[in-house]
Design a protein around this ligand. Structure first.
Ligand code: HEC
Length: 214
């Protein structure tokens, strides 16, 4: 009898220590900073995109694509800067076929865009990574930007653009590479960069703010 009790106890202990091991390894793989940074970056993109699209739509209503191009040129960089706090966190839109020279993807960013463009990866909704730099740890989050119907007026095949739109583009963006797209094409990506832990408090607030607003 005593032998059985000892055996059962040993088995129980073994199973306990096993489950302990499991839970501790789970804690290691689900890094809380990773989750926080990812959620915050995704929210930052949603806020920025909503802001930008709002401006674009109201400008188009007011004065068509021609007016909207002016608004885009003046407002897009400004809106990006209001959602950034250099150098702690920044948000940008980049493309390898850029319109604004400031938005040209770096060679490293082009590699990420190529991963999104890879047909096997079309279901990838984002990519993220941590990099160790001289100034500390930095979190990067990338999200693809695809072309929708609304975008064609200014990014569609060049021949199909309104003559007035062509004229404004030529005047304001002499080196424009951002035409010739069709619906569903990859246009570029959002890039969020966060210095860590400097941006941690902001990340927390951003998420708390979203929960509050919902
Ligand atoms: C009214 C014209 C217009 C429409 C419609 C429009 N864009 Fe643009 N887009 C622009 C202009 C102008 C710029 C350059 C902005 C700047 O100078 O920062 C631009 C820049 C961009 C950029 C930054 C990279 C670059 O090439 O400079 C992306 C990404 C982009 N547009 C995606 C889109 C998507 C996606 C849509 C549809 C949801 C869209 N655009 C609709 C005019 C337009």
């Amino acid at each position: 009898m005593r032998y059985y009790v000892a055996l059962i106890l040993t088995l129980l202990l073994l199973s306990c220590s096993n489950s302990n091991k499991e839970s501790s390894s789970k804690t290691v793989s689900a890094n809380p900073d990773d989750i926080l940074a990812q959620k915050a970056a995704s929210q930052l993109i949603a806020n920025f995109a909503r802001n930008l699209k709002g401006e674009l739509l109201s400008a188009m209503k007011e004065g068509g694509a021609m007016k909207a191009i002016e608004v885009c040129q003046e407002k897009a960089p400004f809106i990006a800067s209001t959602h950034s706090n250099k150098p702690i966190w920044t948000i940008r839109r980049v493309s390898e076929k850029n319109r604004n020279p400031e938005n040209k993807a770096t060679p490293q960013e082009q590699e990420i865009i190529a991963r999104f463009a890879d047909s096997k990866q079309t279901k990838t909704t984002f990519l993220s990574e941590w990099k160790n730099t001289d100034s500390g740890k930095v979190f990067y989050y990338y999200k693809p930007i695809r072309i929708g119907g609304l975008c064609l007026q200014c990014h569609g095949p060049y021949k199909k653009l309104e003559p007035t739109v062509k004229a404004v583009l030529k005047d304001r963006y002499p080196n424009d590479k951002a035409t010739g797209y069709k619906v569903g094409d990859l246009r570029g990506m959002f890039v969020v960069k966060m210095r860590w832990p400097d941006a941690k408090e902001f990340a927390r607030e951003l998420i708390a703010d979203t929960v509050f607003r919902q």
